[in-house]
Design a protein around this ligand. Structure first.
Ligand code: BES
Ligand code: MN
Ligand code: MN
Length: 494
């Protein structure tokens, strides 16, 4: 197609959209006229790509808190508009029992492979607000030691708005330079941070609509900017809430203390007993199904330089601890864990109140590795917790959402396309990296859609996701946008 003809086509297409300014249309026309490459287009539009991300970050789409419902819905609208402007067809805000899923696609040739891009537009709550150095929903760029070029500080900047938005912009760049080499579909959901319940149903009901060859996800991190990686594994999750009940009412700690079970003391002791001195979890049968990683694979993964000093410094620790016989890297990826996420009960107000509480509670997460399953581990936890409870108390275990672990072998074409793409963008060797976090939907994608997920995330583990002062490096944002078209290119060739 000649330059002029193509320019005209894009112009008429964009005219039908109400979003975007005249300037934006004009800049697109000029680009086509110059026949620029995808990477040129990205370079020349950097500032706008950042400004548009800021607009999405300003929306407080907190899925966990019903008070933010309107904001979550507003965010879905915004994602849909951006997809349309970027050039997606059939953009839909799909209703679910919970928050909507935004869909869009560009099918250029049924004979070509289809890449399904997945991401989430919901974010974690921002509290505790007083620990933020700027407003979590008013993005600003600040320099940090690890991000000398600056990082965007905002809730969701790294998890996952800044990352899924790279795909929207990379897609726009491929569209505007007529270089999209495969079909593409998008599903951006609004309930990832609360367990993706609606997405599971949506997959089952829309197998045809979502049919694809590979799923591409940017919702993880690289090892470091000096050592980029492709994530080859995620841990699964079993999450439970426990309740220990002692006396039928709160008691005077002087009149009764010493003679009755104190639920908070009992719960603390029980939790303490769940992990032994060697860092092993004591739950009966907990390790039965754990896939032992071969010495060869362990050697391979430990090629990533363990940096204990930098690690400790970044989180303000004098020393680290964990399961005996494993490196920090291994402890946080190929080994299962048990952590208390919250514990409460009794008096926590001002001053002192002398009381023995009737009940104590805790929320506990267990990160799982292949071939553990959340059902199996929740069941084993419950049995063991009931077993170790003293006769003097009643215990109750309530399971929350869980998820399966996920692994992508490093000899697959999916992994290799991502590795080559990132190597081209970063100009460095890219290694496989197993992460400790969870994206439970990946194993469901495999089961329902029969496709592997490639986890090509660009954050850093120090980006403070789920914490105050979450941020995402500008370097990372742009490297991501550069890498994505290369992935499409290499995947289409494979
Ligand atoms: N994007 C994260 C998961 C993640 C981050 C994986 C970095 C690997 C590296 C995701 O949004 C998340 O927070 N997942 C939850 C699980 C979910 C069931 C709530 C998690 O890992 O705690
Ligand atoms: Mn995420
Ligand atoms: Mn998250």
């Amino acid at each position: 197609m000649s330059c002029v003809c193509r320019t005209f086509f894009i112009f008429t297409n964009l005219r039908s959209l109400y979003f975007g300014s005249i300037n934006y249309r004009l800049s697109i026309i000029i680009y086509n006229y110059k026949m620029s490459t995808t990477q040129d287009y990205i370079r020349e539009n950097k500032q706008r790509f950042l400004d548009e991300l800021f607009d999405i970050l300003r929306i407080a789409s907190i899925s966990a808190d019903p008070a933010y419902k309107d904001e979550v819905l507003k965010c879905a609208d915004s994602v849909a508009k951006h997809l349309k402007v970027a050039g997606a067809d059939n953009v839909e805000i799909c209703k679910t029992k919970g928050y909507p899923i935004v869909f869009g696609e560009k099918i250029i040739d049924a004979g070509l492979p289809t890449v399904l891009v997945y991401g989430h537009y919901d974010v974690q709550p921002a509290d505790p607000l007083e620990l933020w150095t700027s407003d979590p929903f008013e993005p600003v760029v600040k320099k940090t030691e690890l991000h000398p070029e600056g990082a965007v500080f905002a809730r969701g900047s790294a998890d996952d708005k800044g990352q899924f938005f790279m795909h929207v912009k990379a897609f726009e760049a491929m569209m505007q330079t007529s270089s999209l080499p495969c079909n593409v579909k998008f599903i951006i959901e609004g309930e990832e941070e609360v367990g993706s319940a609606s997405l599971a149903d949506f997959l089952e009901e829309n197998k045809e609509k979502l049919s694809c060859d590979v799923i591409l996800i940017s919702d993880t991190h690289i090892y470091s900017n000096e050592q980029p990686t492709v994530t080859t594994g995620l841990r699964g999750l079993s999450y439970v809430e426990v309740e220990v009940e002692g006396p039928n009412r709160d008691l005077h700690s002087g009149l009764y203390g010493g003679a009755v079970p104190n639920p908070i003391n009992v719960l603390s002791k029980m939790i303490g007993d769940l992990i032994d001195d060697k860092g092993h979890i004591t739950i009966d049968g907990f390790y039965d199904n754990v896939l032992i990683v071969s010495d060869e694979d362990r050697k391979e993964m430990n090629k990533l330089k363990d940096d204990p000093e930098g690690y400790k410094k970044s989180i303000g620790l004098n020393d680290i601890q964990g399961e005996e016989g494993y490196t920090t890297l291994e402890r946080a990826s190929i080994r299962p864990t048990l952590d208390v996420n919250g514990i409460w009960g009794g008096y926590t107000g001002e001053g002192a109140k002398t009381v023995i509480a009737s009940k104590a509670f805790a929320k506990i997460s267990m990160r799982l590795v292949p071939n553990q399953t959340p059902e199996e581990i929740t069941e084993k936890f419950t049995r063991y917790f009931e077993k170790i409870a003293p006769k003097s108390v009643k215990v109750k275990v309530t399971p929350h959402h869980g998820g399966m672990p996920y692994v992508l072998e490093s000899n697959t074409k999916e992994f290799l396309a991502a590795k080559k793409a990132m190597e081209k963008a970063f100009g460095k060797e890219v290694l496989p990296y197993r992460s400790g976090g969870s994206i439970p939907i990946t194993s469901l994608f495999e089961k329902v859609l029969g496709a592997k997920s490639v986890l090509m995330g660009f954050g850093l583990d120090t980006d403070a996701i789920h914490s105050p002062n979450e941020h995402y490096g500008l370097y990372n944002y742009y490297k991501g946008i550069e890498s994505i078209p290369y992935f499409f290119e290499f995947y289409a060739q494979s």
